[in-house]
Design a protein around this ligand. Sequence first.
Ligand SMILES: NC(=O)c1ccc[n+]([C@@H]2O[C@H](COP(=O)([O-])OP(=O)(O)OC[C@H]3O[C@@H](n4cnc5c(N)ncnc54)[C@H](O)[C@@H]3O)[C@@H](O)[C@H]2O)c1
Length: 313
Amino acid sequence: MKKALVTGGAGFIGFNLSRRLLDEGYQVIAVDNFITSSTQNINILNTYHGFTFINHDINNPFTAELEKACRDVETIYHLACPTGVPNLGPLAEEMLLTSSVGTRNVLELARFTGASFLFTSSSEVYGNPGVFPQAEAYEGNVSPVGIRSPYEEGKRFAEALIAMYVRKYGVDAKIVRVFNTYGIGMSLDDTRVIPRFLRLLKDRKPIEVHGSGKQTRTFCFADDLVDGLIIAERTGERGEVYNLGSDREITILSLAEMIQSVSNIKSEIVFTSGVSYDHDRRLPLLDKIKQLGWSEKTALESGLLKTIHYIAL
Ligand SMILES: NC(=O)c1ccc[n+]([C@@H]2O[C@H](COP(=O)([O-])OP(=O)(O)OC[C@H]3O[C@@H](n4cnc5c(N)ncnc54)[C@H](O)[C@@H]3O)[C@@H](O)[C@H]2O)c1
């Protein structure tokens, strides 16, 4: 039986990825310390044959239990990282340490087991982009000391560390820069825009749109994202970087209206002051991942409908 390690396996994407690998017949070891998740997804994954959960902070040295369980892993999906814009302050240190010390610990495991390694980086490495769409070769516009830097620079450092492990130690690593993703397995306590809107709807409260609502985003359904992670891991080239997400832009106001219409719950839309360090727009160039055979399959309306059914709004 093939064996994979998923760091951050209790989180939103880790849950969807673990489920897919288990469905394919993999043995999956998920590692997480629940810093931005809960036991909810693990309780579901625990019902699968072949699933093992180890509660561990990857910033700490690996325990004997973890090393033993991971001795024969073939693939490592390294997703662990604290997420969420409101966490940029309170979890700044954890973001920086997980991207650096934690990522090094996981890379060392890949080096010694010979496992292939896939890292979920982020569109945030482009910072506040001056170029649209963003190709992988775009070097970004990031302040090393700005409020967003613990996440943005953390991901950039992790990418640099991985590139070094590829060159110096020959680790078979790929980097995927994930753009906004949504879907089943997101906690309604998650502060990202889609779960935040769904939470407000569930509580029958007005939907709060930050700023004018004219800022745009793209949203990729988790199933499609998982397809892309697996394709990049299995057919991508060692040391390469791939953007992954949706390239269909929507304004945040239109998103709020679409969520109202799909959920069939009418509630007021109110405008609140946004955070000053929010970005106006983000748009991936997806040619590289499409050349590996990936395509986005799920329209936003149908992905939202599936998400809404799952959380029983
Ligand atoms: N969801 C998105 O839209 C999006 C966009 C860009 C990048 N990403 C990246 O994808 C990955 C998964 O994101 P997600 O949306 O599932 O977020 P998430 O917060 O739901 O999952 C991340 C998981 O990592 C765990 N974690 C954090 N630090 C850890 C540590 N030191 N040790 C062990 N576990 C730790 C958290 O507890 C959480 O369960 C992250 O690396 C994130 O940066 C996600």
